[in-house]
Design a protein around this ligand. Structure first.
Ligand code: NAD
Length: 488
């Protein structure tokens, strides 16, 4: 397997909030890898813009330290490291005043016709001001891009306000809303699997699929982010964006072309077809309790009476011809047994067994798409237990673990941000959410949160290291189904 690298044109990327966590942990390492692999040209310009009192050399030292910490000193190539750092500039600037904006203009020579992108790696409360000042300072050209990431509002009304605020200065074709799950190799492979193979499409419907499970489990709690997380919760933080986006990719109709609006139109139809949750029994909320020296969520959040959920499990349906009657079970939570993100498509059993009872049962075919850890796809099959003797049936897996194949080819599994940032530069919005998608997702989530608020009870406590509250297991047991194990 050979990774083909198509270099992008020299570009200007302004990272607002370049001294923050996201920039240091994700963006700077991602850009380094792209330069190292020959995709980002040495002539590209990365301009860090933040409030920190740094000059260019100081910021380069900070970026270098970020590479050392998040790429790993052993994996850094000295030549690429030097070339990468020389693409970096820094402007000290305040999002809330005119301080520094003139210097930013000067750092982006106007004669340049190259792609220009503004990455807003700052708190969402600054989004409006930054967008306005980018525009006001005359930095935005008709094809300049602006990049933002969750949280994109905290309900439908605020998401609409945010969309309206950007629409005041930028066209929809310029706005790149990141959901980093969509940049994961396996998620793109899900699309390749569905739409580049004739095998699955005839089976991809209510006649053949029994149910779909999507799990995004974290083993860590909210840790120091407790006070920030409180009042947000798993429904807003994870379900509204990541889990619903994954659901869309499974459930959408084949787009006519793999083009941004063709794909996003189909995803939007899925969101609009989601059956409203009217029965609160179909939505389980949990909050992790204390155990073995780890504090309960309420202590982490510094809010003894907190009603914020750190776990959600729910059942929904895509109400259209293809999916009628197929339950989609979604589950996400913190401080669970393991860190694992997985989509499982469970097919209906064989309609009739020709084998004698002594051969054992035919199993259920499950297509499991694992996003982390160990990205890969497996297909659970029933085979004959190998060896002489009678015919006995046994489960086996067709394993397409990409990490193994990449390792054999001495390739590294790229981080989602590497792909997404290069897509911004190329001007390809396929893997980014459109404003109407974000609003449709909030429109579905809002009534559930409102119903919880109205009921006013607290989420069910669950043990750290477990798979969530008992009620989440019951959600599937009632339907005669089981969740897959949360196991790394
Ligand atoms: P952070 O608090 O670590 O960094 C914020 C940055 O903003 C710093 O560089 C700071 O100097 C700059 N800043 C603050 N006030 C400013 C001002 N008035 N003018 C100019 N710059 C100012 O935040 P973060 O964790 O890097 O998150 C940035 C954004 O990305 C947020 O919107 C966050 O929700 C989102 N996000 C972060 C992560 C993550 O992994 N950290 C993941 C998903 C989304």
């Amino acid at each position: 397997m050979v990774a083909r690298i198509v270099p992008v044109d020299p570009f200007d990327l302004v990272v607002f909030g370049a001294t923050g966590d996201l920039a240091r942990r994700k963006l700077i390492p991602a850009l380094y890898h792209r330069l190292h692999d020959g995709q980002m040209p040495d002539e590209a310009r990365i301009v860090g813009a933040a409030r920190g009192e740094l000059d260019r050399d100081g910021f380069r030292r900070m970026a270098d330290a970020a590479l050392e910490e998040f790429v790993g000193a052993g994996e850094l190539d000295p030549d690429a490291r030097r070339r990468f750092l020389s693409t970096i500039d820094y402007v000290r600037l305040d999002a809330l005043s005119s301080d520094g904006w003139g210097q930013l203009s000067a750092a982006l020579p106007d004669a340049d016709e190259r792609p220009r992108a503004f990455y807003l790696s700052v708190a969402p409360r600054f989004f409006g001001q930054v967008a306005e000042r980018v525009h006001g300072a005359g930095l935005a050209r008709p094809d300049s891009r602006i990049v933002i990431e969750k949280p994109l509002g905290h309900d439908l009304a605020s998401a609409r306000a945010l969309n309206a605020c950007f629409a005041g200065h930028f066209g929809e074709h310029q706005i790149y809303r990141i959901d980093h799950y969509l940049g994961k190799e396996t998620v793109q492979n899900l699309m390749a699997l569905r739409f580049a193979n004739a095998l699955f499409e005839p089976l991809w419907n209510a006649r053949h699929i029994d149910h779909v499970q999507i799990t995004v489990a974290e083993s860590v709690g909210v840790e120091k982010r407790g006070p920030y997380y409180d009042g947000i919760g798993a429904m807003r933080d994870m379900v509204q964006n990541h889990l619903l986006q994954l659901l869309c990719l499974i459930a959408m109709e084949p787009p006519a072309r793999f083009e941004p609006d063709a794909v996003r139109d189909e995803k939007l139809k899925v969101l609009r077809a989601l059956a409203p949750v009217t029965d609160l029994e179909a939505v389980v909320r949990g909050q992790y309790a204390a155990a073995n020296g780890t504090p309960a969520y309420a202590a982490d959040a510094e809010s003894a009476e907190s009603r914020t959920e750190t776990f959600v499990a729910l059942k929904t349906e895509v109400a259209n011809w293809r999916w009628s009657g197929v339950p989609f079970y979604l589950r996400t939570g913190k401080r669970l047994r393991a860190r694992v993100s997985e989509i499982a498509i469970a097919f209906k059993p064989a309609p009739h067994s020709i084998f004698p009872g002594s051969a054992g049962r035919t199993g259920q075919n499950v297509l499991a798409i694992r996003l982390q850890p160990d990205e890969g796809i497996t297909l659970g099959m029933t085979i004959k237990d190998p060896g002489p003797g009678g015919l006995r049936l046994a489960p086996a897996e067709l394993d397409m673990t990409f990490a193994d194949r990449l390792a054999q080819a001495h390739l590294r599994m790229p981080d989602a941000y590497e792909r997404l940032v290069m897509d911004v530069i190329r001007g390809d919005q396929t893997l980014f959410m459109r404003g109407d998608e974000v609003e449709a997702a909030w429109a579905w989530v809002d009534p559930i949160i409102a119903a919880w608020d109205e009921r006013g009870d607290r989420p069910a406590p669950y043990d750290p290291g477990s798979s969530g509250p008992e009620d989440a297991l019951m959600l599937m047991h009632r339907d005669g189904r089981r969740w897959r194990e949360i196991a790394a």
